[in-house]
Design a protein around this ligand. Structure first.
Ligand code: GDP
Length: 456
């Protein structure tokens, strides 16, 4: 339920800047701001139509606080769907706090994290996936991700999901009419037709799921680990990928004792890259902790870059590392190809697939490595215009829908009564409605908005 209080918060980041914006939303927004603001022309904000602004000063009683421009949006044609005033003042930390304090003194209450977006959702301005698109857009770190998130915000995902849902709802309605009113003359259902629609809907949800990892990789980024035995050249490769000396490079084994992390943009694919301590058992306590963290890192990574020194024979540590990577999306890298090769290449091909041959010290083979990464994560031909899932919550809803549609397919193929298939299709519809927020519980809605910052 929407709180009928008028809320206010700073919408721009904390810190010193040329200007800052305070957002006020609610049915008393204009009245509250009129108490604190005096325009140069003497005109009141309450006299403005929507999308008009006045220039003047904010006053704390009789005391001027700052110059300001107040822009009025009239509900329902505003972000939240309510009356909104955006006060733009100077961007000093103290002055912004002071203006906000004055607005509170005039009757507004502090906004909770995500409360502006929550009101937009509750007022039907946006569905849940669109709201989550805002979050993805704010956190995007690359061009492709930004434009894909903007498309989600503008409804690409909710349109796609509604399209799928409409086809399923039509079947459910037909089945229930047929089951509930056997005496009416309802057109008989063709099971093959139903099966075709169900399978098509499932296929479309599956293609949304298939694009999930690549979507994450172009927006917020995915975890990637560089692993290998000590001295294989992991830190040198990390520095090559980040473009500067982030990791310490020495030929003393075990130099990178902890996990060094950095975000890199590989041709539009965002990796949260970590250079991990070499995998080897050691008596050194500090390095032991590092090795444990490396193992954990491999477990959590979406892509693992396994580095080998091609000038060395394959060691016990290398083989242990290969077995640690089993079942993981891994790219083997044979480093130091500028040295005579001693490594058992065939063993690596057989266990991990074709390696990238490179020399991290002079950058040879770097583009091949980048191509392998973008191909593996599916970002190479990523289409930012297509609908995309933007978080784990949405992914879980899709998985639930696919599970229910699979049950429906089985029921139809086994010739079980139509109403049994109808129940499964109905479950899939519910899962998709939860995704768009049309049928989300209060707990889900609260969880989504708790991830927002205040002022959004
Ligand atoms: P790490 O322990 O795996 O992080 O290895 P480092 O990146 O610290 O490198 C260990 C040593 O190998 C350093 O002396 C590097 O300069 C050297 N090194 C790294 N990459 C190459 C390479 O491609 N060719 C050669 N010849 N030496 C390299």
């Amino acid at each position: 339920m929407i709180d009928n209080k008028t809320i206010a918060a700073v919408a721009t980041p904390a810190g010193v800047g040329g200007i800052a914006t305070i957002r006020v939303s609610g049915n008393q927004a204009v009245e509250i701001c009129d108490k604190a603001f005096k325009s140069v022309s003497g005109k009141k904000l309450g006299k403005l139509n929507g999308y008009q602004a006045l220039y003047g000063k904010i006053y704390d009683g009789e005391q001027p606080v700052d110059e300001a421009v107040c822009l009025v949006f009239k509900g329902p044609h505003s972000f939240t769907g309510e009356d909104v005033v955006e006060i733009t003042c100077h961007g000093g930390i103290f002055v912004v706090k002071k203006v906000l304090r004055v607005i509170f003194d005039c009757g507004a209450v502090p906004a909770q994290a995500g409360e502006f977006s929550k009101r937009a959702f509750l007022n039907g301005k946006m569905d849940l996936s669109g709201v989550e698109g805002i979050m993805t857009l704010i956190n995007s770190q690359g061009e492709q991700g930004m434009s894909a998130a903007l498309n989600v915000l503008e409804g690409s995902l909710s349109r796609k999901v509604s399209e799928i849902n409409n086809s399923l709802v039509e079947i459910c309605a037909h089945i229930s009419a047929w089951v509930d009113y056997p005496d009416e003359e309802i057109e008989e259902l063709n099971e093959a037709e139903i099966l075709k629609t169900v399978s098509q809907a499932k296929g479309e949800i599956n293609s949304l799921l298939d694009r999930f990892d690549s979507g994450m990789a172009v927006t917020g980024g995915v975890e990637a680990a560089i692993i290998g035995k000590p001295n294989a050249g992991k830190s040198t490769l990390m520095n090559l990928l980040t473009g500067y000396d982030r990791s310490i490079v020495t030929d003393i084994e075990g130099t990178t004792r902890d996990v060094v992390e950095e975000t890199v943009n590989i041709d539009g694919c965002i990796l949260r890259l970590s250079d991990t301590a070499g995998i080897r058992e050691t008596g050194d306590t500090v390095e032991k902790i590092g090795v444990k963290r490396s193992r954990e890192k491999i477990r959590r990574s979406s892509v693992v870059i396994a580095v080998f020194d091609s000038g060395d024979e394959l060691s016990k540590e290398d083989k242990e590392l290969i077995s640690l990577c089993e079942g993981k999306p891994v790219i083997p890298v044979l480093n130091k190809t500028d040295k005579p090769a001693k490594i058992d290449r065939d063993y690596i091909v057989a266990t991990m697939g074709d390696p990238v041959e490179m020399s991290a010290i002079d950058g040879n083979g770097l583009q091949e490595l980048k191509d392998k990464i973008t191909t593996l994560l599916g970002t190479k031909n990523f289409d930012p215009n297509a609908a995309m899932l933007t978080n784990e919550r949405q992914r879980q809803c899709c998985l639930k829908a696919v599970e229910s549609l699979t049950e429906a397919e089985n029921a139809l193929m086994m010739g079980i009564t139509l109403d049994a298939a109808g129940v499964c299709i109905d479950d899939a519809v519910s899962a998709l409605l939860e995704l768009t927020g049309e049928k989300a519980t209060q707990a889900v809605v609260d969880k989504v908005f708790s991830n927002f910052c205040v002022g959004k």
